[in-house]
Design a protein around this ligand. Structure first.
Ligand code: SAH
Length: 214
């Protein structure tokens, strides 16, 4: 799978290595395990999906373009919104100091806990049951923020919890209202003044970002 992603243009060695390290089949039902190394999203129950590996790889590679990550060669303190089955959290843990990952569906939050307990470095990952639109102010600020569900607006808490030099990446309903695109926000500081710079990227397809918990 990783070789194919590389041939298709994913070139960041650190990300490729992390994708090699994390066994994706451990995060899906055993009936789907034979499809775990295809570049496709798969159902994980409760109407949700495990993200497509090429998109996980692409988004994490883009996080490395943030000022702090570029400087340190690591993603630092990471906030993930939408834990799902925990796969991306495990990949992020290979590349960062700490991962805080939030899920709004209790059964998936519990499932991720079980899945991640089998991994090598579960201690670096903090799973939170809650509404990810609020972020997790207790552990803020974050050097990297990554959303795995697409909303119509950017929750203000995410910008408030993004450290200077940090980068956020999220799927968002495109301004025309048709489909989703990836949006990157960089928190830059020049002469002591903060500003947020937004760039828009390719079309993507993620489950919707919802409010509240269930
Ligand atoms: N990161 C996962 C992808 C899971 S799909 C992976 O590794 O493949 C996205 C998840 O986002 C779903 O489980 C969904 O329940 C969750 N989600 C949607 N809105 C949310 C919110 N406001 N807060 C937290 N999680 C949310």
């Amino acid at each position: 799978m990783v070789q194919r992603l590389q041939q298709e243009g994913l070139s960041d060695e650190r990300v490729l290595q992390a994708l090699i390290t994390v066994p994706r089949h451990e995060f899906v039902d055993s009936a789907l395990a034979i499809q775990a190394y295809e570049d496709t999203s798969l159902p994980i129950g409760h109407g949700q999906t495990i993200s497509k590996p090429s998109v996980v790889g692409r988004m994490i590679a883009m996080l490395f373009g943030g000022a702090t990550a570029r400087q340190q060669g690591r993603l630092g303190r990471v906030l993930e919104i939408g834990t799902g089955c925990g796969y991306q959290a495990a990949v992020l843990a290979e590349l960062s100091r700490q991962v805080v990952s939030i899920e709004r569906l209790r059964p998936l939050h519990d499932k991720a806990r079980l899945n991640l307990a089998k991994m090598r470095s579960p201690s670096q990952i903090r799973l939170i049951y809650g509404d990810g639109r609020l972020g997790h102010s207790q552990a803020a600020p974050f050097d990297s923020i990554i959303a795995a569900a697409g909303g119509e607006d950017l929750p203000p808490a995410w910008l408030a919890q993004l450290a200077p030099g940090g980068r956020l990446i999220a799927p968002m309903v495109s301004p025309g209202g048709r489909g989703q695109i990836l949006v990157v926000i960089d928190h830059l500081v020049e002469s002591g003044v903060s500003r947020f710079v937004r760039t828009e990227h390719e079309a993507v397809l993620f489950v919707p970002l919802k409010s509240g918990v269930m």
